[in-house]
Design a protein around this ligand. Structure first.
Ligand code: 6PG
Length: 245
C-alpha cells in the first residue's frame, strides 16, 4: 500500500518554502543515517521558487559537501541552452550554495540521446552500486512536477519509456513535441525513499484531480505510475492546484 500524503499550501511561495524545508530535513536525516544525501531535481518552472528559497533562506542549514544532486530528466540540449534543466538549477540554486562540483551529476543532454541515457545509467551505477535491470537505485529524495497532460519527469503519455522495467535511465521520444528527452524510469523513481510532487497553479487542478482521484489510466496520466515501493509519496500542492481534489 502506497504511503502517500497530500500537503496543501496557501500559495506557490508557501509551497516553495515547505519543499525547501523538506530538502533540509531529509538531508539532515540522510547524512545522519548514511553520511550523504542523494536528491534528484525536477525541471520546469515550479521548482525555481523552491530553489531560490533554499539558496536564500536555508543554505546554512544544509551540509552541502555531503549533498549529491541528480536530475529526474533533461532535455536534449546543451547545458547552456535556455531549456536545460541543469542550467535552470545552476542559475537558481547551484551557483548560490557551496556544493562541490563533483557532487553535481548532470544528464548530458548534448550527447546522442541513447548515449546520454547510458552514460547517466553508468553514473547512477557508480554512485549507488547495483546492477542495471536487477537492482534499483534508492534516492533519498526525488522532486517531481506534473504537466497538464499528466506527465512527470519525461514520462509522457503513450510513450515508450512508460513500459520500461529493466533500465534505470532511457532516451524517450516524445512524438507530440518532436523531440527526445532523457528520463529516469518509473521503477527508479518508485524506489526512492521520498518522492515529492510540487504542483502549483489553477492550470494543474483538473489534471491533479484525474491523477489522484480519477480512474487508473497511467498510459494517459503517467504520474499515476508513481507509486513508491517502500518509500513515501508527498503531494505538495498549493490551494489553486488542489481546488478540485
Ligand atoms: C521538465 C520537467 C517536467 C515538469 C513538468 C511540470 O523537464 O519539464 O521535468 O516533468 O516537472 O512539465 O512543469 P512545471 O512545474 O513548470 O509546470
Amino acid at each position: 500500500m502506497t504511503d502517500s500524503e497530500i500537503r496543501r499550501f496557501a500559495d506557490g511561495e508557501a509551497l516553495a518554502k515547505g519543499a525547501a524545508q523538506l530538502f533540509v530535513r531529509l538531508s539532515e536525516q540522510a547524512i545522519h543515517d548514511g553520511g550523504r544525501f542523494s536528491v534528484a531535481l525536477s525541471g520546469g518552472s515550479t521548482p525555481k521558487v523552491m530553489h531560490r528559497v533554499l539558496a536564500n533562506e536555508f543554505a546554512d542549514d544544509v551540509a552541502w559537501a555531503k549533498v549529491h544532486i541528480f536530475w529526474g530528466d533533461e532535455r536534449t540540449v546543451s547545458p547552456e541552452h535556455e531549456d536545460s534543466n541543469f542550467r535552470m538549477a545552476k542559475q537558481t540554486l547551484l551557483d548560490h550554495v557551496p556544493i562541490p562540483a563533483a557532487n553535481i551529476y548532470r544528464m548530458q543532454g548534448e550527447l546522442e540521446p541513447k548515449a546520454a541515457a547510458n552514460a547517466y545509467q553508468d553514473t547512477l551505477s557508480e554512485y549507488f552500486g547495483g546492477l542495471v535491470g536487477k537492482d534499483w537505485p534508492e534516492f533519498d529524495l526525488i522532486f517531481l512536477g506534473i504537466g497538464e497532460d499528466g506527465h512527470t519527469a519525461s514520462l509522457f503519455p503513450y510513450t515508450e519509456a512508460l513500459r520500461v522495467t529493466d533500465q534505470w535511465v532511457v532516451a524517450n521520444h516524445i512524438p507530440k513535441m518532436e523531440t527526445w528527452r532523457i528520463t529516469l524510469t518509473a521503477p527508479v523513481i518508485n524506489a526512492a525513499k521520498t518522492i515529492a510532487f510540487l504542483v502549483a497553479g489553477e492550470s494543474k487542478a483538473e489534471t491533479l484531480r484525474e491523477v489522484i482521484n480519477g480512474p487508473y489510466l497511467p498510459e494517459q496520466f503517467p504520474s499515476q505510475y508513481i507509486e513508491p515501493v517502500s518509500g513515501r509519496l508527498l503531494w505538495m500542492v498549493d490551494e489553486a492546484a488542489a481546488s478540485l481534489v
